[in-house]
Design a protein around this ligand. Sequence first.
Ligand code: SAH
Ligand code: AVI
Length: 330
Amino acid sequence: MEPVVAPSSVVVRNYLGPGDERSLADDVLDGLTKPFKELPPKHFYDARGAALFDEICELDEYYPTRCERAILQARSGDIVAVCDASELVELGSGTAEKTRLLLDAMRDADSLERFVPIDVTEAMVRDCARTLVGEYPGLRVHGIVGDFERHLGRLPMAAGPRIVAFLGGTIGNFTPGSRRRFLRKIARLLRPGVDHLLLGTDLVKDPAVIEAAYNDAPGVTAEFNRNVLRVINRELDADFDVEAFEHVAFFDREREWIEMRLRASRRMRVDIRALDLAVEFAPREELRTEISAKFTPERLSGDLAAAGLELVDVLTDPDGLFALSISRRR
Ligand code: SAH
Ligand code: AVI
């Protein structure tokens, strides 16, 4: 752990040990030795992956960011009035671009005191902490560089009523069982009658619209997908021929989730020297790199109820593509 105090209003703590950064080695060893190969999506986000994600958010085809921003633009004041919070905790905060709409509303309501971003990408937590204290006079930022699946216990004691925000539809990157377990963990952070969860979820819709969002014409999502192989090459001294993997993204209609995969264009043997591991790929063999679940109102309320949460309100954009829900502990 490395506490760094820049101006006194910023604290950033790093809970990722040097050897276990994002637990990449364990995930690669587990995931690439399975009969159906897979990797968890958190490893996309090194500096290049984070920049590619930002580019994705600006694409015409990628509607979730635009829709969630539209909801926040229209309803942040209402959200802040319902939650009456002085502190905003954000899981997977990234550049916290949309978050500013909430911070603006909290400042306008004269309740804003502290922002607590948590993200695996250190540079993003540090940059966003530094920038935000400049933008919001009097704001304190307690940044956490960590894995929200492992380090929620490292959140500072609440300094006042809290909103825990989990935006962007990132909850969709969990499989159904772990999604409910994770929501339960979040629920346990909330004090009944005091704190609220603000959860962004992408909604089930015409599969063509969803598939276009993950198969953009300029190929940014394909580069983002392949970036995980570059991360493994660099961090684990591996020799993936990155360009020999084709981007695949399709909507699984039964499970109602997008699945992203990387398909080997030919037979390959990859040496992952840091793990002393050789991995064989058959021609056209696929490696699953992400699922992104889409929600119906029933799936959303079912998951929240199973986690011990009660819905306060569900806000959607004018086209009904994306939802932001406010819930509290039952
Ligand atoms: N909230 C932002 C960013 C979404 S992208 C938005 O709505 O636009 C997903 C973000 O979650 C990335 O910044 C990534 O680094 C972070 N992330 C992914 N898995 C994580 C994990 N297990 N722990 C902490 N952060 C994670
Ligand atoms: C961060 N997460 C919600 C994005 C999603 O849509 O599942 C990541 C992403 N993958 C491809 N495009 C964007």
